[in-house]
Design a protein around this ligand. Structure first.
Ligand code: AMP
Length: 293
């Protein structure tokens, strides 16, 4: 395994693999502090592609002022050890200056999908995500890029981006990996105290309750959101930021849930830590659990 820091080197290595060796390249973009959620993407990339590149880059443009960019967990040594075990071929770990050199002034904005939910709570977040993903896709030109359903809106934004800007990369979205408690695994879970970890399980519990209400016949989106709100707020350490019931493709709010795929997405604070989670009602089942574009 090689660790590459330079954009130019990454680009020429990937070009050689594709052109001279005629191998497929899979990219798993991450911000590091790797956990089982990331590793599920790496495993699938390893299964599907000849050569696997994992990028580790804490992208400053997707953090708002006052967010946790400075404090975001970074441990490249530990990440490297994990990725060695998973037979990854390259880690692309550029510096901020390497991705955003002096004079950088081009940003990518996926209109429509970027403004609501996470975008409303974190203005500019998806502009930062779309921009860095564009730079990564153009640098590496992977055949496949792997993302998690944990960041449901991000997955939609990236699919739209790839379609609209005609990238030659197939986007693969993989299911949310959870702790035994149901808590969606996240690098930000490292911020939680043991008590807060226990409390954070309420987020998944709220989604499960909403889902079972739906199964029992509840179709009113307001009442489904009410179940989530009540459950989350029954936990003293938790505070709901938002909950939304939307069309799973367009993110348009729905009043009544019909039989189309419908996203229930939420963000909640547990203590000072902001966590997100989601579930899809009426999910279209794919053969291998992976949803490809
Ligand atoms: P991050 O390092 O948080 O930017 O995440 C990198 C990728 O891993 C994104 O595509 C995330 O959606 C995905 N990911 C993070 N947590 C999970 C999880 N618990 N299950 C599945 N995918 C995840």
């Amino acid at each position: 395994m090689e660790i590459i820091n330079r954009r130019q080197r990454m680009s020429s290595v990937a070009r050689k693999i594709r052109r001279e060796q005629d191998k497929t390249v899979g990219l798993v973009p991450t911000m590091g502090a790797l956990h089982d959620g990331h590793l599920s993407l790496v495993r699938e990339a390893r299964r599907m592609c000849d050569v696997v590149v994992v990028s580790v880059f804490v992208n400053p443009t997707q953090f708002g002022p006052g967010e946790d960019f400075e404090h975001y967990p970074r441990d490249l040594t530990k990440d490297t050890a994990l990725l060695t075990d998973y037979n990854v071929d390259y880690i692309f770990a550029p510096t901020v200056e390497e991705i955003y050199p002096k004079g950088f002034s081009t940003y990518v904005n996926v209109e429509g999908l970027s403004e609501q939910l996470e975008g409303a709570s974190r203005p500019g977040h998806f502009r930062g995500v779309a921009t860095v993903v564009t730079v990564l896709l153009n640098t590496i030109r992977p055949d496949f890029a792997f993302f998690g359903q944990k960041d449901a809106q991000q997955a939609l934004v990236i699919r739209r981006l790839v379609k609209d800007l005609a990238f030659d990369t197939e986007i693969v979205i993989l299911p949310i990996v959870r702790e035994d408690s149901g808590l969606a695994i996240s690098s930000r879970n490292l911020y939680l105290t043991p008590d807060e970890q226990n409390s954070a399980a309420v987020i998944h519990k709220a989604l499960v309750q909403a889902k079972s209400a739906y199964k029992e016949g509840e179709r009113n989106a307001n009442r489904i959101m009410e179940i989530i709100r009540n459950t989350v707020e029954s936990e003293p350490r938790a505070r709901l930021d938002y909950v939304a019931v939307t069309d799973a493709e367009t993110l348009e709010r729905v009043d009544r849930v019909d039989d189309r795929p419908t996203l229930i997405a939420l963000a909640a604070y547990v203590g000072k830590t902001r966590l997100i989670d989601n579930t899809i009602l009426n999910k279209v089942k794919k053969k291998d659990g992976a949803a490809t574009q």
